[in-house]
Write a protein that binds this ligand. Structure first.
Ligand SMILES: [Zn+2]
Length: 441
C-alpha cells in the first residue's frame, strides 16, 4: 500500500546516490518505501499522487543548530556589533520572556522552517523555557530535538538555580517527551558554552546524558574571545578543556567550532564529536571561519546550520549553502573545494547525522519520509542545465512547494495545512514588539 507517490520529478536521493531524472518516490506511513526511475517503481493504488514535473524531489533540510523561539524575538534587533555586546543586549529581552510570547515565536519559527523546506531541527534552549515550543510542535510537527539549556556563570548566572534543578530532574522531561510522537520529538541536554558553565556542570551533563541516552548540543569555540577566556581560566583551549573533562563523544553536537587548531580537530575526530557549522552567523559576528577542509579530511561528521535568526536573520539553508560555498572557496583559494553536491549533503544527510538523527536526510527505503519538492521553473533558476547548481546557487527558500514530514504533508503548494498564517504572524509581531517595549525602555 502506498500513501503518497511523488512522480515526474528529478529525484536527489543524497547519501552519495546519483540523481534520478523522471524519478518516483513512494511513502507508506512514516517511511520512504521506494525510490527509483518511473520505469521501475509502480505507483498503482497510491492514495495521493504529487506531480513534481519541473521540480526537484529531495530530503528535507536538517538544521543542526538553531534557537528558534528566543532568536526570532531578537531578529533584526541589534546589527553591526560583536558577539559579546550582542549577547548582553539580548539578555535584556530574555529575562522578560513569558510563555505566550515564546509560544507564538516558536510557532512562527516552525512556520518559517516548514516554508523553507527544513524538516528537522536541533534546538538549543539558550536560557529560555522548552514547554511553549513543545506546544507549538503540536500545531506544526517538524522533527525536533529540543536541548534544555544550562549555564551557571557570567552573563548567564541568573539561570544557575534553574539549570541545576532541570539537570537533576531531567528524567522527568525524558519520561514525558523523549522519543515520543512517533519518535519525532527528542529531548537533549544543552550546556551553553565553556565561558558560561563550570566543570561541575559539564560533568553532570555527561552523567545525565549517559544515564538517559539523550544527545548533547552545545556551543564550542565560537570566536577568539572564548578561546582566550578558556586559556586564561583553565590553561587549555575550549575543545581541549572539554576533552580533559571526558566530555566529548559521538553524542555531542558542537555548534560553531570557528576557532580550531590541529589538536582540537584531532580530539573532535578521535572522540566522534559532531559539528554544526554556521558560516553566516560566524561571519556576521566576526567569530572566524571553521577550517572545514581540515575538519572533513579528519573524518568528522559536519552539517550546515543556520544558528538562530538573531545572528542569521533567516532560517534558510539555501542561503547557508551558497554562503558556505563562497566563503570556503575564498578562504582556501580553491574554487574546486566544496562542490555543489557536497553542499547539498552537508545540509541534508550529513546535517541529520550531525544532530544524531541519522534516520532522516536521505531518500532511501527505510528512511523517515521527510521530503521536500522544490520548483526550478522560476526566472531566477533558468535555464537549469544542472539541478544541483540551480538548488545551491540560484534557488530560494520560497521555491519549496511541498514539505512532507514523517509521511505527513505539512505544506502543499506553499500553503501550510491547518494553520492560519496571518494569525501566527500577527500574534508574534504584537508579542515581540510588546516584549521589546518593556525590556529596552
Ligand atoms: Zn547558537
Amino acid at each position: 500500500m502506498i500513501d503518497i507517490a511523488i512522480v515526474n520529478g528529478t529525484v536527489l536521493p543524497m547519501g552519495g546516490r546519483p540523481r534520478i531524472d523522471n524519478g518516483v518516490v513512494t511513502i507508506t506511513g512514516n517511511s520512504i518505501t521506494a525510490v527509483g526511475p518511473a520505469s521501475e517503481v509502480s505507483v498503482t493504488g497510491a492514495k495521493k499522487v504529487i506531480d513534481a514535473h519541473g521540480e526537484v524531489v529531495m530530503p528535507g533540510f536538517a538544521n543542526s543548530h538553531t534557537h528558534i523561539a528566543s532568536n526570532l524575538l531578537l531578529r533584526g534587533l541589534l546589527e553591526d556589533v560583536l558577539l559579546f555586546e550582542w549577547l548582553q543586549t539580548m539578555w535584556k529581552l530574555k529575562r522578560n520572556f513569558d510563555h505566550d510570547t515564546l509560544y507564538w515565536a516558536s510557532l512562527c519559527g516552525l512556520l518559517e522552517m516548514t516554508k523553507a523546506g527544513i524538516t528537522s531541527f536541533n534546538e538549543h534552549f539558550d536560557a529560555y523555557a522548552v514547554e511553549p515550543e513543545i506546544e507549538a510542535l503540536d500545531v506544526i510537527p517538524l522533527r525536533a530535538t529540543l536541548g534544555h539549556g544550562f549555564a551557571d556563570r557570567g552573563l548567564y548566572e541568573s539561570i544557575t538555580e534553574k539549570s541545576w534543578r532541570t539537570l537533576e530532574n531531567f528524567g522527568d522531561a525524558v519520561a514525558a517527551h523523549h522519543r515520543t510522537r512517533d519518535d519525532m520529538l527528542w529531548m537533549a541536554l544543552s550546556p551553553h558554552a565553556v565561558y558560561s558553565c563550570g566543570a561541575d556542570m559539564w560533568n553532570l551533563v555527561r552523567q545525565v546524558a549517559d544515564t538517559y541516552h539523550a544527545p548533547i548540543h552545545t556551543h564550542l569555540s565560537e570566536g577568539m574571545q572564548e578561546v582566550r577566556y578558556c586559556l586564561d581560566t583553565y590553561g587549555l583551549r575550549p575543545t581541549q578543556w572539554l576533552h580533559s573533562l571526558g566530555f566529548l563523544g559521538p553524542d555531542v553536537t558542537a555548534a560553531h567550532c570557528s576557532q580550531l587548531d590541529a589538536t582540537d580537530i584531532r580530539l573532535i575526530a578521535e572522540t566522534g564529536t559532531k559539528i554544526a557549522h554556521c558560516p553566516i552567523c560566524n561571519a556576521k559576528l566576526g567569530s572566524g571561519t571553521m577550517p572545514l577542509r581540515e575538519v572533513i579530511d579528519a573524518g568528522i561528521t559536519v552539517g550546515l546550520a543556520t544558528d538562530g535568526p538573531a545572528s542569521h536573520n533567516s532560517s534558510d539553508l539555501f542561503e547557508e549553502m551558497k554562503f558556505a560555498g563562497l566563503i570556503h572557496k575564498t578562504n582556501t583559494g580553491d574554487v574546486e573545494f566544496l562542490k555543489i553536491g557536497q553542499l547539498l549533503e552537508l545540509s541534508t544527510c550529513e546535517g541529520a547525522k550531525a544532530m544524531n538523527r541519522p534516520d532522516t536526510g536521505r531518500l532511501q527505503p527505510g528512511y523517515k519520509a521527510d521530503v521536500i519538492v522544490v520548483r526550478l521553473d522560476t526566472a531566477h533558476s533558468q535555464p537549469v542545465y544542472d539541478p544541483l547548481a540551480a538548488l545551491v546557487y540560484s534557488a530560494r527558500a520560497d521555491d519549496v512547494q511541498h514539505t512532507i514530514v514523517n509521511g505527513r504533508v505539512l505544506m502543499e503548494n506553499r500553503q501550510v495545512i491547518g494553520v492560519d498564517e496571518d494569525e501566527i504572524r500577527a500574534n508574534f509581531h504584537e508579542k515581540a514588539h510588546a516584549l521589546k517595549e518593556r525590556s529596552l525602555r
